[in-house]
Design a protein around this ligand. Structure first.
Ligand code: ADP
Ligand code: 5GP
Length: 193
C-alpha cells in the first residue's frame, strides 16, 4: 500500500500572495501536489474559473454540504462561506499524492484537530509589511473598499497566530517564497521515504 501523502496548509492574510506563491510551487510536478478546490459562496472574481479556483456555490448548496457532512472544515470569512471537500482530500491522500489547502486560520485549527501532526506541513505567508499588504489587496482590484477594510482588519487578527504554523514565509518575491516552501516539502518527502 502507498504511504499517504502530506496535507499541506497555506494560510495567511488576504493579499499576502498565497495564491500566487501556491501556483508557483505547484509548477514543480515532482512534488506531486494537488490543489484542494474549496467550495465558496463568494462571487467569482474576474479571471477565476469554477472547478479550478473554487467551486462557486449558492448558500443553500453550501449549507446542504455541511448537513451531509461533506466538508472537512468550513468557515464564514468576512461574510462568505468557504469549505474544504472531505472526499477530495481523502481521495488524494490515499493515492500517495500531497494535497494543498489554501485556507484561513480558523480552518487550519479545525483541520489540525482531524489529522496527526506528522502528516501536516503548515505555512503562513506574509507580506513584508502591513503597508505592502494593503498595497497588494488594493492593487488586485477585486474587492470593494468596504471588503478591503474588513480583510485588512482580519489580517491583523490572523497575524497574531502566525507562530502556531510550522513555517512563516515572507513573500517578498513569489519565486523566493516558492523556493523556501519547495525545499521544506522536498525534505519532508525525502524523510518519509
Ligand atoms: P492571496 O491569495 O494571499 O489573497 P494573491 O496571490 O491574490 O494573494 O496576491 C495578492 C496580489 O499581490 C496579487 O495582485 C498578486 O499579483 C500580488 N503579489 C503576490 N505576491 C507578490 C509579491 N511578492 N510582490 C508584489 N506583488 C505580489
Ligand atoms: P478569497 O476570498 O481571498 O479567495 O479567500 C478568503 C479567505 O478564505 C482566504 O484566507 C482563504 O485562504 C480562505 N479560504 C479559502 N478556501 C477556504 C476553505 O475551504 N476553508 C477555509 N476555512 N478558508 C478558506
Amino acid at each position: 500500500m502507498k504511504k499517504p501523502g502530506f496535507l499541506i496548509i497555506i494560510a495567511g492574510p488576504s493579499g499576502a500572495g498565497k495564491g500566487t506563491v501556491r501556483k508557483e510551487v505547484m509548477k514543480n510536478k515532482k512534488l506531486n501536489l494537488v490543489f484542494s478546490i474549496s467550495l465558496t459562496t463568494r462571487a467569482k472574481r474576474k479571471g477565476e474559473k469554477d472547478g479550478v479556483d473554487y467551486y462557486f456555490v449558492s448558500e443553500k448548496k453550501f449549507k446542504d454540504a455541511i448537513k451531509k457532512g461533506d466538508l472537512l472544515e468550513y468557515n464564514n470569512y468576512v461574510g462568505n462561506y468557504y469549505g474544504t471537500s472531505k472526499s477530495q482530500v481523502e481521495k488524494v491522500l490515499k493515492t500517495g499524492k500531497n494535497i494543498v489547502l489554501e485556507i484561513d486560520v480558523n480552518g487550519t485549527k479545525n483541520v489540525l484537530k482531524a489529522f496527526k501532526k506528522k502528516d501536516v506541513i503548515s505555512f503562513f505567508i506574509i507580506a513584508p509589511s502591513i503597508k505592502e499588504l494593503e498595497k497588494r489587496i488594493r492593487g488586485r482590484s477585486t474587492e470593494s473598499p468596504s471588503a478591503i477594510k474588513n480583510r485588512l482588519k482580519m489580517a491583523k487578527e490572523e497575524m497574531k497566530v502566525r507562530d502556531s504554523y510550522d513555517y512563516v514565509v515572507v513573500n517578498d518575491s513569489p519565486t523566493r517564497a516558492a523556493k523556501a516552501i519547495t525545499k521544506v516539502i522536498k525534505n519532508a518527502i525525502a524523510l518519509r521515504g
